[in-house]
Design a protein around this ligand. Structure first.
Ligand code: RNT
Ligand code: ZN
Length: 416
């Protein structure tokens, strides 16, 4: 008997059907963030790098993608090692301008034509983000909440342009594009006016979202944050601000796992938030001290997150995206590790002996609940995961690493 058959029996004895779990996992896409491949630089100009704005990529591991073609090649390599069918999450700063200079308030779907074609050719969906950083008009740390109306107008127009791109891409690919708004606006030291920028942000968002677009083509999300590098004392788009805004305007809320106090459970927020907003976007990430963007692991916070999504029956209302950028290790490996681990966490959640746990809880038998949760942790998850990889035709276990090493030697090492 092979290890999967044994695992299947072990789970069945706990009232869990591994085949149902595998089918659900197979139809759950993960949105791979393009920005892990080039340290959030983008390709608006040659040699672009992440510039200011509340986020930072650290490390100088060789092999960073220098062109759109290189980035696509790296993504293709990562996708060959990740089971399932997925999506690519693009920032506006990854537009294909074909050498021309195009301002952010003038971007259009034409500048993403080659990305759309590439997504089609690779069977990928797309998600989108306006880019409110790495730009002279974001250099003082304010964009949509800027005190200068002309600067705000520029960024509102960028947001409007991006929503139209998202809608056009969603229509063409036949798959809803989540368009996520994150802005860096905030302050290193304590401002005396915390109110003004927030009033301006609400006004800017309303102006940006004014045009109705078909939800089947695109959905708007807003991303909250506790603090950023350079905005340690004040973030305009705080948790309370965006939660209230999302409820008021019925937008998606983006919960980035690295954007909270280190001891806060982000998983616990899901059921509260989804009681009042239509859908949720997750930025699956890992905070370490003051950095919010380490590679995702098969760890307790990520497992808890996926458990909440599954237990609450929220999978259909949750868009799972990744958000990390580690420049200190092989960037293709970072994608592979983070995506496979997010999927492993989801699989673990799908394999929970949930019926027995609910029976125990409903009977007030918390002893049994605790006992079963703990016993479930050592059920043969690995054998089910390996079977998933085998069926998807991707390397099983750590075999993917040899592929990444080969790619590093043959492709990445040739980049200056
Ligand atoms: C920054 C936010 C945001 C970015 C990406 C690049 O704190 O998490 O999601 O990481 O848009
Ligand atoms: Zn994020």
């Amino acid at each position: 008997m092979n290890s999967y058959s044994l695992a299947r029996e072990a789970y069945a004895a706990n009232g869990v059907d591994t085949e149902t779990a595998l089918a659900t996992l197979a139809r759950t896409p993960i949105s791979l963030h393009c920005w892990q491949g080039d340290d959030v630089g983008g390709f608006e100009r040659p040699g672009a790098t992440l510039d200011g704005g509340g986020i930072q990529a650290t490390g100088n591991y060789p092999g960073k993608a220098r062109t759109i073609a290189e980035l696509r090649g790296d993504l293709e390599q990562a996708l060959r090692l990740i089971p399932g069918r997925h999506r690519i999450n693009l920032h506006a700063s990854y537009a294909d301008f074909a050498g021309k200079k195009v301002e952010r308030n003038e971007v259009s779907v034409a500048h993403f034509r080659t990305w759309i074609d590439w997504c089609k050719a690779n069977g990928l969906g797309m998600d989108f983000n306006p880019t409110y950083f790495s730009h002279p008009l974001a250099a003082d740390g304010y964009t949509l909440a800027h005190p200068d109306a002309a600067v705000r107008k520029f960024w509102i127009d960028h947001g409007i342009a991006c929503r139209r791109i998202a809608a056009a891409v969603g229509r063409e690919l036949g798959s809803t594009v989540v368009n996520n708004v994150w802005i860096p606006d905030g302050c290193k030291d304590s401002p005396v006016d915390r109110k003004g920028p927030r009033l301006r942000l609400e006004e800017s968002l309303d102006a940006m979202f004014a045009e109705p677009l078909p939800p089947a083509h695109t959905l708007d999300a807003v991303e909250c944050k506790l603090f950023g590098i350079g905005s340690e004392s004040y973030v305009v788009g705080s948790h309370e601000f965006y939660l209230a805004y999302a409820v008021k305007r019925q937008k998606l809320l983006c919960l980035d796992m690295g954007h909270f106090h280190p001891t806060e459970s982000v998983a616990d927020k899901i059921s509260s938030v989804l009681q009042f907003i239509p859908e949720l976007l997750l930025h699956v990430s890992r905070g370490v001290r003051w950095d919010s963007d380490h590679v995702v692991l098969f760890d307790d916070p990520t497992r808890a997150m996926m458990e909440e999504v599954v237990r609450g029956g929220f999978l259909a209302r949750t868009h799972i995206g990744l958000d990390f950028f580690d420049a200190s290790i092989n960037r293709v490996a970072a994608w592979v590790i983070g995506t496979r681990d997010a999927q492993k966490c989801l699989l673990a959640a799908l394999l929970e002996p949930i019926a027995a746990l609910r029976t125990a809880e409903n009977a007030g038998d918390f002893t049994t609940r605790l006992a079963l949760v703990e016993e479930a942790k050592t059920l043969p998850l690995g054998a089910v995961w390996d079977e998933f990889c085998r069926r998807a035709g991707v390397p099983v276990g750590s075999a993917w690493l040899a592929e990444v090493k080969r790619y590093e030697k043959e492709v990445l090492s040739g980049r200056g």
